[in-house]
Structure formats: structure tokens, C-alpha cells
Design a binder for this molecule. Structure first.
Ligand SMILES: [Zn+2]
Length: 330
């Protein structure tokens, strides 16, 4: 018995104590064996033997409870010690995402035009011939349709080749004055260093019913916009052709890499082409039923801007999802 008492007090863990408990209080434990002796004890001594044994059992139980409480507390302390949380340590640092360079560039472009009082319009990516071509002064068999390699759907619909159909949809739904930009994805069958089958454009359209919109208005806003995007650059307008504008112009900025001296990026011309624009062709207004209005329109490729701003040499890199490229834009 004395030996067991010592074992209870000296148990170093809950597991050890449990072994002692079974040894003592178990069905075939020390106490059970002692009680079993009762039947061989003369009747006259039975009462005092049983009393003594019960007293002993009570003492042992109290001893056991005490040890149990002590060891449980110790277990908690051990856990707290071993699982200590050092809040000053760096944890798994959040891997923060970032906007894709194309989206980031798009946002900057949108930001500028919103500040200039333009509103943002959206349209479907699957278009019909009328909105994508016909209403934009590109009737069937018009040679300029070949400028855009179109993805056709089986039902005669098509993936929009430019954001210009949004102009048509907006004019059909709203009355002038109109002052919108239409950012979004467009699709053409093309794949090389400077072309991908899906890319993004931002289209702009201003229509006024009072007071004529002039090329000077267009020139002013685009020059200001390009300086907002590229900093202190020279801007020049070159006559060009688009079916939906007349007159039309292509817009260049002085090369941001060589400052106009000539380099590989600008093909040694000192200029980078960045925009197309013009005065809206009367045929476009006719297609949407507008009378006595004037307007200008412009369009740009967002990827082209992103490539120039971030000096990305190959357009396809923007869509390969290579983290080594994307992580540079965090
Ligand atoms: Zn250059």
C-alpha cells in the first residue's frame, strides 16, 4: 500500500497515473484483492477490517484526485510552453495579387476620360454585322472589311473586331449630346509579335447637336491625354483612312525610348504610333438616324499602351500568365 501511495504522488504524467489507478482501483486491482479477503475473515473482525479498508480507499482516492488535478495542470502548462506563439515572428506573408498590366493601363486610361467628363459604356462581345460593320460605314463587300480578320459564329454573328459597335448601340439608345468611352476586349484572327486573337481597345465618341465639334477639339483632348499617359512627349497627327471617320488621322508620340533620335522600337523614325481618330463620317450618323449633329471618335489599343509604358517587347507575353513577368507589376 505505502508503495502505491508513493507511486500516486510520484506519477510524472497522466499516462503513468492512469496505470497506477488501474493497479489500485481496477477490477483486479490491489483494493479489489483486499476486499476479496473479507470473506475469509472471522465475522467478529469483518466490520473493523471493512471500515479500515474503506478509510484507506478514501485516502487513496483523495490522493489520486489531487495527483490527477496536478498532472492535468502540468499538461496544459507543457502545451503552452511547447506551442508558444511568437507574435513578433513573420508568419506566411500574404502573397498579394496585383492588377494585370493591361487592366492597370486600362484603368489609367478610363480615369483620365472620366475626369474629362466622359461616361463609360459597355456592349456585347458577340455582335451582328449591322453593329460591327454596316452601321460603321462598312457595307458588305467594302474592301476595308478585309482590314479586320473576323471570327464568325455559325449563326452569322461574329466576335466584335473593335469596340466601335458600342458607339452605334449608344447612339441608337441615347440622344445627343454624347460623350462616352467604350473599353473592352475585341477579337481578330491574328497572332504574332504585335497581334493576339484577343486584345483590348478603348473607343471614344463625342457627339454634339449644338455647336460644331472640330478637329481642333479632338486634337486638344488627345494631346492632353497622351501627355497624361506618357509624360512630356511631342504629339503629331498624320492623315489616314478609317471607314467610320472623315477626315481621319493617326496619332504619333515622339519615341519615349530614344526621345526622337531613332531606335529599334520606333523603327528609327523617332515616332510611335498610338491612336486612330477622326471626325465621325456622316454615313455613321445616318445609320443611327442622327440629324444635324457633329462629332469626333478615337480608338486605341490598350496592350500597345501597356507595352510602351512597361517596355514589354512581345505582346504575347501579356497573355502567357508567366509569373516572372506578372510579379514585376505588384
Ligand atoms: Zn525610338
Amino acid at each position: 500500500m505505502k508503495e502505491l501511495e508513493a507511486k500516486i504522488s510520484q506519477a510524472g504524467s497522466l499516462e503513468e497515473l492512469e496505470k497506477v489507478r488501474i493497479e489500485l482501483f481496477g477490477k483486479r486491482g490491489v483494493l479489489a484483492l483486499e476486499f476479496a479477503k473479507l470473506k475469509d475473515i472471522p465475522n467478529s473482525e469483518k466490520k473493523s477490517f471493512a471500515e479500515g479498508l474503506n478509510r484507506k480507499k478514501g485516502e487513496l482516492q483523495r490522493l489520486y484526485e489531487k495527483a490527477l488535478a496536478r498532472l492535468k495542470e502540468k499538461r496544459i502548462e507543457d502545451i503552452l510552453k511547447s506551442e508558444i506563439l511568437d507574435v513578433s515572428l513573420y508568419g506566411n506573408l500574404d502573397r498579394k495579387g496585383a492588377l494585370h498590366p493591361v487592366m492597370e493601363t486600362m484603368d489609367r486610361i478610363i480615369e483620365y476620360f472620366i475626369a474629362m467628363n466622359f461616361s463609360v459604356e459597355d456592349g456585347p462581345k458577340i455582335e451582328d454585322d449591322f453593329h460591327n460593320f454596316e452601321a460603321l460605314n462598312l457595307p458588305k463587300n467594302h474592301p476595308a472589311r478585309d482590314m479586320q480578320d473576323t471570327f464568325f459564329c455559325r449563326d452569322g454573328k461574329l466576335l466584335r473586331t473593335h469596340t466601335s459597335p458600342v458607339q452605334i448601340r449608344t447612339m441608337l439608345e441615347q440622344k445627343p449630346p454624347i460623350r462616352i468611352i467604350a473599353p473592352g476586349a475585341v477579337f481578330r484572327k491574328d497572332y504574332d509579335l504585335t497581334h493576339t486573337p484577343m486584345f483590348h481597345q478603348v473607343e471614344g465618341l463625342v457627339v454634339q447637336d449644338k455647336g460644331e465639334v472640330s478637329f481642333a477639339n479632338l486634337k486638344y483632348i488627345l494631346s492632353d491625354f497622351l501627355q497624361y499617359m506618357f509624360g512630356d512627349v511631342e504629339v503629331r497627327f498624320r492623315p489616314s483612312f478609317f471607314p467610320f471617320t472623315e477626315p481621319s488621322a493617326e496619332v504619333d508620340i515622339s519615341c519615349i525610348f530614344c526621345r526622337g533620335d531613332g531606335c529599334r522600337v520606333c523603327s528609327h523614325t523617332g515616332w510611335l504610333e498610338v491612336l486612330g481618330c477622326g471626325i465621325v463620317d456622316p454615313n455613321v450618323f445616318k445609320a443611327v438616324g442622327y440629324k444635324d449633329v457633329s462629332g469626333y471618335a478615337f480608338g486605341l489599343g490598350v496592350e500597345r499602351f501597356a507595352m510602351l509604358l512597361h517596355r514589354i517587347p512581345d505582346l504575347r507575353m501579356l497573355f502567357e500568365g508567366d509569373l516572372r513577368l506578372l510579379e514585376q507589376f505588384r
